[in-house]
Design a protein around this ligand. Structure first.
Ligand code: DX5
Ligand code: ZN
Length: 227
């Protein structure tokens, strides 16, 4: 699999999300990363299914919906119906993770699990054969614009190894503090879906930032570390 770029609209102007999506699509974005926060699991509140439904009308590329909410089981159907192609849930809030993943797939979306920086990789071991992707948080979730936590690089390697042991070729996604400086390292560690918020939208030209980030990520694929 090549590397996919998923700009996070959390850092975009919420009054102009359609234009933000169009710009990153022109820049070659592969997915639109949508951060859903409930003010409980994380100390911030963002958007719900009705906004996702509107984004779905304008986006040409799939919506990757990251649920940072305490009770994802109550909302996965609404997000799937709103048009989420990928739905990821945090292991920290789910005692019945296996069931939740099955429910997401039954709704026709790709099912992902997310690990907070302090959550060990062993927490996904038992579902490593079932997941469609694993998202490694490289910041504590809640806000864009935070600094990348360096230990996340080795965590990407460990998650990749856990998936490989389960015989699962599902991609590892990374989210938080990714920029032009560190993207090659995380691709080298095995990340194949790259989320970036401020590195794309807090620039004068999000289209160009997307194009350059993608080029850097794909360039890293051909370096010896990524093979
Ligand atoms: C953080 C979100 C991220 C965030 C990334 O809770 O899950 O998707 O938008 O933003 P940057 O790339 O600025 O760290
Ligand atoms: Zn996210």
């Amino acid at each position: 699999m090549s590397v996919q770029i998923a700009p996070s609209i959390l850092s975009a102007d919420f009054a102009a999300l359609g234009q933000a999506i169009a710009a990153v699509e022109r820049g070659g974005a592969d997915l639109i990363h949508v951060d859903v926060m409930d003010g409980h699991f994380v100390p911030n509140i963002t958007i719900g299914p009705s906004v996702v439904k509107s984004l779905k009308r304008v986006a040409k590329i799939p919506l990757d919906v990251h649920l940072m909410i305490e009770e994802p089981d109550r909302y996965i159907e609404a997000f799937a119906e709103a048009g989420a192609a990928m739905i990821s849930v945090h292991v920290e809030v789910l005692p019945h993770l296996h069931r939740t993943l099955g429910a997401i797939k039954a709704l026709g979306a790709k099912a992902g699990v997310v690990l907070n920086p302090s959550t060990p990789v062993v927490d996904i071991e038992e579902v490593a054969g079932e997941v469609d992707f694993v998202l490694v948080m490289s910041v504590n979730p809640g806000f864009g614009g935070q600094a990348f936590i360096p230990r996340s690089e080795s965590k990407v390697r460990d998650v990749r190894a856990a998936l490989d042991r389960a015989g699962n070729t599902a991609p590892v996604e990374i989210d938080g503090g990714i920029d032009h400086q560190n993207v090659a390292r995380v691709v080298g560690a095995g990340a194949r879906i790259i989320v970036a918020g401020s590195a794309v939208f807090h620039t004068p030209d999000p289209e160009r930032a997307t194009r350059e980030l993608k080029a850097a990520a794909i360039g890293a694929l051909s370096s010896p570390a990524a093979r």
